[in-house]
Design a binder for this molecule. Structure first.
Ligand code: GLN
Length: 483
């Protein structure tokens, strides 16, 4: 039963082959057995899960249906869940029980999903290896000595190991797509504003976006359907109707124009990954797509711009954690300044502190123009590059990451080496565009992802291309040994 996708679960439940309660019990037992190797969960919510499963079974017995009714999922631990610890992977929020549900959590619950737990993540979503969590690193089910990617590494490892069919993630600079690539999943970062950020603990507000992580594009369509939509509580949420994503899966790719940026194939890319990307291009050509070389000339400036803007926003967002209102408070503060200093010093880990310092520096008087404003100008250039490219092509294709999953600890002494792994993903966040990563093969037994980018609100097009590709390839069906 643990091998079933969301789409198969919906069919099985509709045909009464099993109940949501049976499925939930099976998966909870599997998590208890296998997760100690992976550390993909921070909290399990067994009681809530069984209660939601029974309620979903009752709704089905009353004649209700729905693709998510009775479907087990998990939430990245930065989505607020009422009455349940919402830690954001940090000691700062280890004792924080959210007083309300994030819009995404509430919408998915209303659609009938069953929440098995909260997944591990890099502290405050800062990282690409899931090693900065206060709760310890997550292991990659494809090789337990390797990282699963981050920051949604817990969601990725759990879904890849078949502990559950799908989970939510968030993507500020690649944190859905990159862990999806490194664990052989399909993950979608929607257009900025497509999914409500209300109740999503903020890292960099102009970049953050929640989205689905699953094994197939078909399942991403199902989960995104439950997440997307306008939310009056989020002033950046966009009031556009949500299309039927599952209905978009079967479009023909005949004549689809795919742009492959020449800048993607530079020295930093593992040549074995380059070969797999070329193979995926050939596969899509067989399905009728037309390939065109394009250029994204400002791509080289993306990492420096991102690593100014994201820390700048983080330094501002994380100022709310002051030992007074939320989370960790130091023992016996001497005075208010001591309370701030020690609560923050004790509550935040080293990567979070580094980013707060970088961000506060970039925003300070005298440096603002040189760093922050300049980074914002680069951001516009990057967006303009994409707009020009999308005049010529329908989809942009390339690698999701320059390398496969690295060994735990391998990049710990060199934060910049880890930042460079984001080179292909962060441009979509800077421009606010939707992006998807899907399985494209293996290097040394480790999964490789191909990334697709589309114009604003064309999530359906991304899911369509990925689904057609998955009908003709079987990379996404491979299962890690031992799981
Ligand atoms: N790796 C990037 C960072 O550390 C992206 C993280 C994310 O998308 N949350 O900022």
């Amino acid at each position: 039963m643990h091998q079933l996708t969301l789409a198969e679960i919906a069919r099985g439940l509709a045909e009464k082959k099993f109940s949501s309660e049976e499925l939930t019990k099976t998966l909870l037992a599997r998590i208890a057995l296998l997760d100690p190797q992976l550390n993909s969960f921070i909290s399990l919510t067994e009681d809530l899960a069984l209660q939601q499963a029974k309620a979903a079974d009752a709704r089905r017995a009353n004649g209700e249906s729905g693709a998510l009714l009775g479907a087990p999922i998990a939430h990245k631990d930065l989505f607020c869940t009422q009455g349940i610890r919402t830690s954001c992977g940090s000691k700062m929020l280890d004792n924080f029980k959210a007083p309300y549900d994030a819009t995404v959590v509430a919408k998915l619950a209303a659609a009938g999903t069953v929440t098995l737990g909260k997944t591990n993540m890099d502290e405050f979503a800062m990282g690409s290896a899931n090693e900065s969590s206060y709760y310890g690193p997550v292991k990659n089910p494809w090789n337990l000595e390797h990282v699963p990617g981050g920051s949604s590494g817990g969601s990725a490892a759990a879904v890849a190991a078949r502990l559950l069919p799908a989970a939510t993630g968030t993507d500020t600079g690649g944190s859905i797509r990159q862990p999806a690539a490194l664990t052989n999943l399909t993950g979608l970062k929607p257009t900025y504003g497509r999914v409500s950020r209300w109740g999503m603990i903020a890292y960099a507000s102009s970049l953050d976006q929640g989205g689905p992580m699953a094994r197939t594009a078909e399942d991403c369509a199902i989960l995104l359907q439950g997440m997307a939509g306008f939310d009056p509580n989020d002033s950046t949420s966009i009031d556009e109707p949500v299309p039927d994503y599952s209905a978009s899966l079967n479009g023909s790719l005949q004549g689809l124009r795919i742009g492959v940026p020449k800048e993607y194939f530079s020295a930093g890319l593992d040549p074995r990954i380059a070969e797999l990307i070329h193979n995926s291009v050939k596969e899509l050509e067989k399905l009728g797509a037309v390939i065109k070389e394009i250029s994204l000339p400002n791509m080289q400036h993306a990492i420096p711009a991102y690593y100014v803007i994201a820390p700048a926003e983080a330094s501002s967002n994380l100022s709310r954690f002051d030992g007074v209102r939320f989370g960790h408070r130091c023992e016996n503060p001497k005075d208010l300044i001591d309370l701030y200093k020690r609560s923050r010093g004790e509550g935040f880990g080293p990567e979070v502190q580094r980013r707060i310092m970088v961000g506060a520096y970039a925003l300070s008087a005298g440096y603002y123009d040189a760093y922050y404003l300049k980074a914002q100008k680069i951001r516009r250039l990057i967006k303009n590059d994409f707009m020009a490219a999308f005049n010529e092509v329908d989809i942009i294709l390339g690698p999701t990451t320059p390398n496969p999953a690295w060994k735990l600890g391998a990049k710990n002494s060199d934060p910049v080496a880890a930042y460079l792994e984001d080179v292909y993903t962060i441009t979509a966040n800077l421009a606010g565009l939707p992006g998807l990563s899907m399985p494209a093969g293996f290097v040394d037994g480790l999964p490789v992802g191909v990334q697709l980018l589309a114009p604003y609100f064309q999530e359906g097009r991304l899911l369509n291309v990925a689904h057609q590709y998955q009908l003709h390839t079987d990379w996404h069906t491979r299962t890690p040994t031992g799981f």
